[in-house]
Design a protein around this ligand. Structure first.
Ligand SMILES: *[C@@H]1O[C@H](CO)[C@@H](O)[C@H](O)[C@H]1NC(C)=O
Ligand SMILES: *[C@@H]1O[C@H](CO)[C@@H](O)[C@H](O)[C@H]1NC(C)=O
Ligand SMILES: *[C@@H]1O[C@H](CO)[C@@H](O)[C@H](O)[C@H]1NC(C)=O
Length: 397
């Protein structure tokens, strides 16, 4: 998800970066950018690679992790579009209802509130969908699994203890999510705080069925037959994983971004596991929609029953819809499955193109629905995002 507003008391930011030996800086990325040739031999020496089980919940993907001592399991949204890790936190005066018990720091011997001038350090984070979390910053032990069989323990990880949080996913219902795990390149994200010999490697394989995993470090390298790679772009002060979207094809019709205000230069879209649909700026988005509309002649267009204002049709199968291909610079032409690009409304009988149009002042986002059944690898050390078509529900079952 995109963060619209983030306020963290300044003294925290300084201490966090200064005290974290694994702070992920642009320097580090560039120095590592030609290290792929040495990766294999290093891998073999290292062996262990952290990972977590993932869970699907309608439009979001969650991962299991443990907080505190003794370890307490939480399930939180996987978000490569933000950096803060936060969880609902007792006494939680203004929390949303969640299925799982809420983390209680008073029961953990390793929970430590951050201090800012003798007081606690408040934070406030507001996401683009208007959901938010406010609370206090702390350090706590975070534990996930590892391929070595031993747990992967991250002592003194910066987290937000969320005391006033909203849940827009299922307003009025209990949520499966206890919070959000930020995974972008910002200093407080989970990946930035991991002490890994090769930083910045993440892979996941999302499926609407079954369980799956998110991998970090050496096990997150995506390679093999059918793997395609897109160039990753890094922008100053914007710790997102940017890609260049060169064109979108609707069936055989290729719509270039070149010649439009959305043309690909140094990253015109970022990939975000925490956003469901894909968002394109309105004028280019309309070209794509017109091409879809020109191809779908058998069905009646209807207004989007949700507030997303998607292009929707009254129809009961995906068969009539054109195949969408996203062409990314670097050589990744992703021919997306119909499930990745069309969504059926909850009530059924209506299918919508999973591409939303946004004001050009908002960033374009490559959202998680389109990542389904692709093994997606983020490698910020070599500046590549890899995609490998995979039956994700079969991968680790
Ligand atoms: C990167 O590594 C390759 C293979 O080792 C080498 O041929 C190339 O010159 C290197 N590039 C830079 C910019 O160092
Ligand atoms: C909770 O946080 C939101 C966002 O910062 C704020 O608008 C709201 O007033 C807060 N509610 C309480 C009870 O503090
Ligand atoms: C993917 O794997 C699951 C679990 O093994 C299987 O049930 C399903 O049929 C497979 N899907 C395809 C398209 O092969």
């Amino acid at each position: 998800m995109i963060v619209l507003f983030l306020q963290i008391i300044t003294c925290f930011l300084f201490t966090a970066t200064a005290s974290s030996p694994h702070g992920f800086t642009i320097d580090l990325i560039q120095r590592r950018s030609n290290s792929s040739s040495s990766r294999l031999s290093k891998n073999q020496l290292l062996g262990a690679s952290p990972y977590a089980d993932t869970v699907f919940d309608y439009s979001i993907y969650l991962m299991r992790l443990q907080l505190g001592t003794p370890p307490f399991e939480i399930v939180a949204e996987i978000d490569t579009g933000s950096d803060l890790i936060w969880t609902q936190c007792m006494p939680c005066p203004n929390c949303y209802t969640q299925f799982a018990p809420i983390f209680d720091p008073s029961k953990s011997s390793t929970f430590k509130e951050k201090r800012c001038h003798g007081n606690s350090c408040p934070y406030e984070i507001i996401y683009a969908d208007e959901s938010y979390s406010t609370g206090i910053l702390a350090t706590e032990t975070v534990t996930i699994q590892s391929t070595s069989g031993e747990p992967f323990v991250m002592a003194e990880t910066s987290i937000g203890c969320g005391l006033n949080n909203s849940n827009l996913m299922t307003p009025g219902y209990a949520a499966s999510s206890s919070g959000i795990v930020g995974l972008n390149m910002g200093p407080s994200s989970l990946i930035s705080q991991m002490d890994l010999p090769i930083p910045g490697l993440i892979s996941y394989c999302f499926s609407s069925q079954g369980t799956s995993k998110i991998n970090f470090g050496t096990n997150a390298v995506v390679a093999g037959d059918g793997t395609v790679a897109a160039d990753m772009f890094i922008k100053k002060d914007q710790p997102f994983y940017y890609l260049n979207l060169d064109a979108v094809s609707v069936g055989d019709k290729r719509i270039e971004t070149l010649g439009t205000p959305f043309h690909a230069q140094d990253g015109n879209i970022f990939i975000d596991s925490g956003t469901t649909y894909t968002y394109l700026p309105t004028s280019y988005c309309n070209l794509v929609r017109e091409a879809v509309a020109a191809s779908v002649v058998a069905a009646n267009q209807v207004p989007d029953p949700s507030s997303e204002n998607l292009l929707c049709y009254n129809w009961d199968t995906m068969e009539i819809f054109p195949v969408i291909t996203l062409h990314f610079a670097g050589g990744a032409d992703l021919v997306l499955d119909k499930y990745n690009m069309y969504v059926e409304t909850i009530t059924g009988g209506t299918f919508c193109l999973a591409i939303g149009c946004v004001d050009p002042s908002m960033p374009a986002i490559f959202g998680n629905r389109a990542h389904n059944n692709l093994l997606v690898g983020y490698d910020s050390s070599t500046l590549v995002i890899s995609f490998s078509p995979t039956n994700c529900s079969a991968l680790w079952s």
